[in-house]
Design a protein around this ligand. Structure first.
Ligand code: FNR
Ligand code: LAC
Length: 354
């Protein structure tokens, strides 16, 4: 049966993938409360549609950091995409380019920044950074992204220490040398094998706000990913971030943390329009993108949705997932009386009365 939505792709991906890989992709930390809450939180906001507006011509296009995108939906950084499909990160990047949106390449990608740029010239790419204990390796990675014309550095700040993911412990999920990770090879001199948490111990737990300025010298805008409080949103503005992503890592790091749909308001209020705010976590429908825009996000990122597309059908599957989400978004915009993302206002959303 032809998949018609993200949930269909998830079911097909579960059938297509080895159980341990699916568990790693789908899973979250500990009791997976935040993983579930991320999904549920979007349903606790309701849209307030306006009617009798001419919606004969609807566009989903907007800009992020000044870059035009055909839809306010970016590909979140997701590690080890080579385990989903042989197309790996190159496939996701090709699909993002075809959809005219941005792909964030993970530090733990199976493809190096230079390889991605070569495979998908003309694509819009951002580089997600994990700050390795070995600063030299960290700097070489960012420098490579700069030379490969990446548009931003996305520093992930919600993963100071490795995650506790019990699904992975149970399945015995391991990274193996047959699908190497270029950053890990650069750091260790060989393609390590082991549970993901072991590879993650390459990342320093000691980076603080004061060290952010070390990133500014690369000349790329710095986006902070993983902010969920007003306090940290203010600090992000004060420390020169170009944008921030309200994110809890898809419920994969701190379990019991606030769902992102609920954190968005306090972050947007604290930012006071100084920088762009994006959000990710649990977004599975175009109508939820409208809710995110109404709550003050400039754009959203999706992780698992495109990963399911990749697992099912490589680059073509990612492209199809993006096409579906874009069609849902255009539809929801029209039914809300909006002809573009810019038409969406805070009045288009209200807290659900349960
Ligand atoms: C991630 N995420 C992530 N984030 C990051 O900054 N660097 C990374 O390497 C990864 N790796 C990763 C792997 C897998 C399998 C998943 C599912 C997620 C988090 C990701 O960027 C994003 O924040 C979440 O995926 C958003 O939630 P949804 O859309 O998956 O619900
Ligand atoms: C993850 C790490 C790699 O979420 O960010 O699995």
């Amino acid at each position: 049966m032809e998949p018609v939505n993200v949930a269909d792709y998830e079911r097909l991906a579960e059938q297509a993938l080895p159980q341990d890989v699916f568990g790693y992709y789908a899973g979250g930390a500990e009791d997976e409360q935040t993983l579930r809450d991320n999904l549920a939180a979007w349903t606790r906001w309701h849209l307030r549609p306006r009617v009798l507006v001419d919606v004969g011509g609807v566009t989903t296009s907007t800009t992020v950091l000044g870059q035009e995108v055909a839809l306010p939906i970016l590909l979140a950084p997701v590690a080890y995409q080579g385990l989903a499909h042989p197309d790996g990160e190159r496939g996701s990047a090709r699909a993002a380019a075809a959809a005219r949106t941005i792909m964030c390449l993970s530090t733990f990608a199976n493809t190096a920044p230079a390889e991605l740029a070569e495979a998908v010239p003309g694509g819009a790419h951002w580089f997600q950074l994990y700050w390795f204990r070995d600063s030299g390796v960290m700097r070489e990675l960012v420098q490579q992204a700069v030379e490969a014309s990446f548009g931003a550095v996305v520093l992930t700040v919600d993963a100071a220490v490795p995650a506790r993911r019990e699904r992975d412990v149970r399945t015995g999920f391991r990274i193996t040398p047959d699908v190497p990770v270029p950053s890990v090879v650069a750091a260790l001199g060989n393609p390590a094998s082991g549970p993901p948490g072991e590879l993650f111990s390459l990342v320093t737990p000691s980076v603080t706000w004061r060290r952010l300025e070390e990133l500014s010298e690369f000349g790329l805008p710095v986006v902070l990913k993983g902010i969920v409080t007003a306090e940290d949103a203010r600090l992000a503005c004060e420390h020169g971030a170009a944008a921030l992503v309200v994110s809890n890592h898809g419920g994969r790091q701190l379990d019991g943390g606030i769902p992102t749909a609920d954190a968005l308001t306090e972050v947007v209020d604290a930012v006071e329009g100084r920088i762009e705010v994006y959000v990710d976590g649990g977004i599975r429908r175009g109508s939820q993108v409208v809710k995110a825009l109404a709550l003050g996000a400039r754009a959203v990122l999706v992780g698992r949705p495109f990963l399911w597309g990749l697992a099912v059908d490589g680059a073509a599957g990612v492209e199809r997932v993006l096409t579906l989400l874009q069609a849902e978004l255009a539809h929801a915009l029209a039914l809300c009386g909006c002809t573009s993302p810019a038409d969406v206002t805070p009045a288009h959303v209200t807290r659900a009365r349960l």
